[in-house]
Ligand binder design. Structure first.
Ligand code: NAD
Length: 339
């Protein structure tokens, strides 16, 4: 079988730590080209993995014969890159948040549909082993309905992650559009929708820049979500958890509680109202410091190989993005926003 020819647009942290090595270790993939305006960076990647280096992604798309791309660029470039790639007939895996606005997200979906290519969003939280186990337990029905929940994601900020540190685009509103909410909050709006198999009906957001100097993007958000099922919970995103960052979710249900990512070593804990306690050791959640394979890249490749539309689709990414955009609207207007 011919290998799938892939290019990676944007060769920063997520590309170098996850997309590129995961493509490189997939036997069905040939990494053909890379694009990044940082010449030294893109040339180093091309040297290490083989393939051609470009400082301009449009030139790459014009010159190379490809099947698919990963879009791993700053947020404001997701839509233009994804649309250009779809119009070139390529399948697209784009990092989160999928776009800078709901309109852009819809344009990406339309471009993929028009060109008959797949659009998948890098919502890798769905594939983390503790989250996979939690979904399996909740779907089994033993906990009954989810009544209330909290889900949060925090760390010390992208200066400890982005290859450009404190100079990173992450802190520039014209490139990032959103701060902690685009970086972490959208992971949790996606995860809670997916886990509960439910949609967000109403959002109230308290979003601010509490501690990061010299940036106009948010570094903290606390939101209240009411789901269509009636369940109510909180979603938190933070860039100021300088020690012991958090990626945990707790669901209080009719028949007990499920704690995900609250205790190191026991990634999922189920405490039932009948007194039973179940603990599951399923492998740790990835953190910025401890990376584990995301599974997203293999899933994307598998979709292409088997002609199966991705389950983490553009439509899914857009619903998760709209929750975050609604939280910003709530912060701005001081009102609860209905979706
Ligand atoms: N799924 C996840 O868990 C996860 C984790 C981190 C980041 N991300 C997302 O990945 C994307 C990239 O973030 P990162 O952490 O790699 O940031 P980063 O700052 O480390 O890297 C961004 C790269 O994009 C490059 N770039 C800038 N303009 C470009 C252009 N015109 N063409 C091509 N490349 C360009 C920069 O030079 C840099 O190398 C963001 O959307 C971010 O939200 C996702």
């Amino acid at each position: 079988m011919n290998k799938i020819k892939v290019a990676v647009l944007g060769c920063g942290a997520i590309a170098q730590r996850r997309h590129i090595p995961e493509y490189a270790s997939n036997e069905h993939v040939e990494l053909v080209a890379f694009a990044d305006p940082n010449k030294e960076r893109v040339e180093a990647v091309a040297r290490e993995y083989g393939g051609k280096a470009y400082t301009n992604y449009e030139e790459l798309l014009k010159n190379e014969k490809l099947d698919a791309v990963s879009v791993c660029s700053p947020n404001y470039l997701h839509a233009p890159m994804a649309i250009a790639a779809a119009n070139a007939g390529l399948h697209v895996l784009v990092e989160k948040p999928m776009a800078a606005s709901a309109e852009e997200g819809q344009e990406m979906i339309d471009a993929a549909r028009k060109n008959g290519v797949y659009l998948m969003i890098g919502h890798n939280q769905r594939l983390m082993p503790p989250h996979v186990k939690a979904k399996e337990i909740l779907d089994s029905g033993k906990l009954g309905r989810v009544l209330t929940f909290r889900t949060s994601f925090g760390h010390g900020g992208p200066e400890g992650w982005s290859l450009d540190g404190r100079e990173s685009w992450f802190f520039q509103k014209n490139k990032a559009i959103m701060g902690a909410m685009g970086d972490l909050g959208v992971h949790k709006s996606d995860f809670i929708r997916y886990l509960l198999n439910d949609e967000v009906a109403e959002v109230a957001g308290f979003i601010s820049t509490i501690h990061k100097d010299g940036t106009d993007v948010d570094d903290n958000a606390t939101c209240i979500l009411r789901m269509e099922s009636g369940a109510v919970g909180t979603l938190m995103a933070s860039w100021t958890q300088y020690r012991s960052g958090d990626n945990s979710t707790v669901l209080w249900c009719e028949n007990g509680v499920m704690k995900i990512g609250t205790v190191e070593g026991d990634e999922v804990i189920v405490e039932l109202t009948n007194g039973t306690i179940e603990t599951y050791k399923v492998g740790a959640m990835a953190t910025n410091e401890k990376q584990v394979p995301s599974g997203v890249i293999d899933e994307f490749v598998n979709c292409i190989l088997t002609n199966t539309p991705p389950s983490i689709s553009g439509e899914e990414g857009l619903r998760s993005l709209k929750v975050i955009l609604a939280a910003f609207e709530s912060q701005e207007t001081g009102k609860i926003v209905k979706l």
